[in-house]
Design a protein around this ligand. Structure first.
Ligand SMILES: [Zn+2]
Length: 183
């Protein structure tokens, strides 16, 4: 169980010594670039005590910064959802500058996916910014959207060949685009 005074201590320590960043991770694509994003909170110190305390509180690992190094410098690292949890827990205790940093880092979480669910890259040319009913913005893959539109057109055409009247609404926006909520 983590006490409030421990949380305050961690906020103070990480305010000075911590790093809150968004990192690239996941499989490498054909170009050797990583295709996903995660988060990291880390802190480096010559004293082991505060790092072990952070590890006890939040998990993660404490390592030598360089394998071969013989000095006392150690780094504590936490990644992924744990790192995001720490950022959100300590947020209200951090300075305005650090809050800005955390905001920036966490906002990149929504942009973590560098490819669409079918693996097309979210490049400048291939990305459409759409607005969801909730008011949030989402990225839509242009290749998928065009393909879905074409499939809807083919469906409509095949139904018309069979002599079935198609209501305009049912072939409006293809449904699978609205389901891309995970972007
Ligand atoms: Zn796509």
């Amino acid at each position: 169980m983590t006490s409030i005074s421990d949380i305050n201590w961690a906020a103070g320590f990480l305010e000075g010594e911590g790093t809150f960043i968004s990192i690239l991770c996941g499989k490498k694509n054909n170009e050797g670039k990583r295709t996903s994003r995660s988060h990291r909170v880390c802190a480096g110190q010559n004293q082991l005590w505060p790092l072990l305390k952070l590890q006890r509180m939040f998990g993660g690992g404490v390592y030598k910064a360089y394998k071969e190094s013989t000095d006392l410098f150690r780094v504590w690292y936490v990644h992924g959802s744990r790192a995001r949890g720490i950022m959100m827990t300590l947020y209200s205790l951090l300075s305005p500058g650090r809050k800005l940093r955390v905001n920036k880092t966490l906002s990149q979480w929504n942009r973590r996916k560098l490819v669409c669910k079918r693996g097309h890259p979210f490049s400048k040319e291939n990305t459409i910014i759409g607005k969801k009913p909730s008011g949030k913005y989402q990225r839509i893959c242009r290749i998928c959207r065009d393909r879905a539109g074409h499939e809807a057109y083919l469906r409509k055409k095949s139904l018309m060949v069979k002599g079935i009247e198609v209501a305009k609404k049912s072939v409006g926006r293809p449904r699978n685009i609205l389901m891309m909520k995970d972007i």
